[in-house]
Design a binder for this molecule. Sequence first.
Ligand code: ADP
Ligand code: ADP
Ligand code: ZN
Length: 227
Amino acid sequence: MSTHEAEGIRGDGGDSGGNDPRIVLLGPPGAGKGTQSSNIEAAFGVPHVTTGDALRANKDIETDHGTPREYMDAGELVPDPVVNEIVVEALADAEGFVLDGYPRNIEQAEYLSEMTGVDVVPFLRVEEDELVRRLTGRRVCPDCGANYHTEFDPPAEEGVCEECGAELTQRDDDTEDVVRERIRVYRENTEPVVDHYRESGELVEVNGENSPDEVWEDLREAIEGNV
Ligand code: ADP
Ligand code: ADP
Ligand code: ZN
């Protein structure tokens, strides 16, 4: 299997039951992937690899396919070659990881499977109305990447990051019309990825509608039971 090849390249030589879990966290936009990835990073000591943050940090770079901004501000997927390159680099030295925001279509899932095996694919299930509420109320820290919500997870001091003190901002694509388009793009492109991992037996479904702490409890169990 390609799993062995990838492990050989990374040189860890271990099997998939090692100490550093390889986790692909799936879920629609706003399901809580970023929030829960921080918990996973802290609890399991694996790096949080997020294509969304990497693209936002490089929104205006010129690629052969234009700038990431052109796609992101419209809620569309950035072309695969641009995104694949980010993930190759990020995973090059990683033994374990939590991958957040990738793969988002079947082609990316195939590309990932050539790069590395994965141990578990938790899927955070949340209904559309709740996603829209979460995304339109989301506030983010431009400096450290922490996530907040005006209603569901407000910082102690309004508009100020609890982790680093920076002023919180709203993402350009968290407006209601772009949010609806991102959910449509998710249904068309990413739901087939969810089905793919369900069929391969790697998917573990977690109810993402509970409170962040309850979701984390279920998610931790799902990971521990599968690595
Ligand atoms: P994603 O990375 O999947 O897009 P985020 O982790 O950024 O999602 O969460 C989206 C928004 O919803 C944020 O404002 C976050 O604070 C909030 N949020 C995350 N998890 C929950 C939850 N379980 N219940 C209510 N709000 C949540
Ligand atoms: P979300 O809160 O929707 O999970 P992300 O931060 O993961 O948002 O992604 C924001 C935007 O970045 C996406 O709408 C898309 O334009 C782009 N993007 C992120 N990851 C990918 C990917 N794997 N493939 C293509 N585009 C991506
Ligand atoms: Zn911060």
